[in-house]
Design a protein around this ligand. Structure first.
Ligand code: C5P
Length: 221
């Protein structure tokens, strides 16, 4: 693998949405583009890391030179991350579905001639970020999560960091008036054990490069 401050390090990045099946031809999804995750994988690769890129269904092409593990569901994503361990760092940038359909059908659902409408039941998906953060043995040294909030960004993100047990949270305000969701730029807070940093508004690729440099510094300590 490449030269650079992350040479010899293995980093797992989750990215994109997940798809949760309803039946063999239908699923529940979300609007994640997978762009920030792909940029982070690229930036880590550029610093010399071996990168495992665990991605849900996304039209954003993965960067070259990373190991791509394509998955559909949250359960598959968790399995892929666990299967890729051990790692020096895990960056959870995926928009994982909180729930999956409990009564997913093996056969395609049909319209009922009598007009009966199907009911979906949900069960909670595992939280990948929390699962990895709370590993008791061989926990990655650095586990990073994301928090997209629409109000009280700092308070919610701090609570999320504590609840999940991750080391860092990258938080942003995704209120419509910020233009961040689906846009090219991002304005983030980096929340660590040492406190909070407010980064200026910058391109998502630059957020990724800055984050990758910080990861390299943390792993060098
Ligand atoms: O709780 P919330 O979904 O806002 O947390 C977001 C963070 O948690 C992101 O880093 C996301 O990748 C991660 N996450 C996860 N598995 C889930 C839900 C969220 O890894 N099932």
């Amino acid at each position: 693998f490449g030269d650079g401050p992350l040479s010899g390090r293995h980093v797992i990045v989750t990215s994109g949405p997940t798809h949760e099946p309803i039946d063999p031809v239908r699923y529940i999804a979300n609007r994640s583009s997978g762009r920030q995750g792909a940029e982070i994988a690229r930036a880590l690769r550029d610093l010399g890391a071996r990168v495992t890129f665990v991605t849900g269904p996304s039209t954003t092409p993965p960067p070259a030179g990373v190991e791509v593990v394509a998955v559909e569901t949250a359960l598959q994503m968790l399995g892929a991350v666990q299967g890729a361990l051990p790692a020096d760092a895990v960056i959870c940038a995926a928009a994982v579905a909180d729930w999956r359909v409990a009564n997913a059908h093996a056969d395609k659902l049909k319209k009922d001639p009598s007009g009966r409408i199907p009911t979906l039941e949900f069960v909670e998906n595992p939280d990948i970020l929390a699962t990895i953060s709370q590993m008791q043995e061989d926990r990655p040294r650095l586990v990073v999560g994301f928090a997209a909030e629409t109000s009280d960004v700092l308070a919610h993100a701090r609570a999320k960091r504590a609840r999940k047990g991750c080391d860092w949270i990258v938080a942003n305000d995704v209120s419509p008036e910020t233009g961040i969701m689906g846009g090219n730029e991002n304005a983030v807070l980096l929340i660590t054990a040492d406190g909070v940093e407010q980064w200026p508004r910058m391109e998502k690729s630059e957020v990724a490069r800055r984050l990758a440099r910080r990861i390299a510094e943390a792993l060098a300590e």
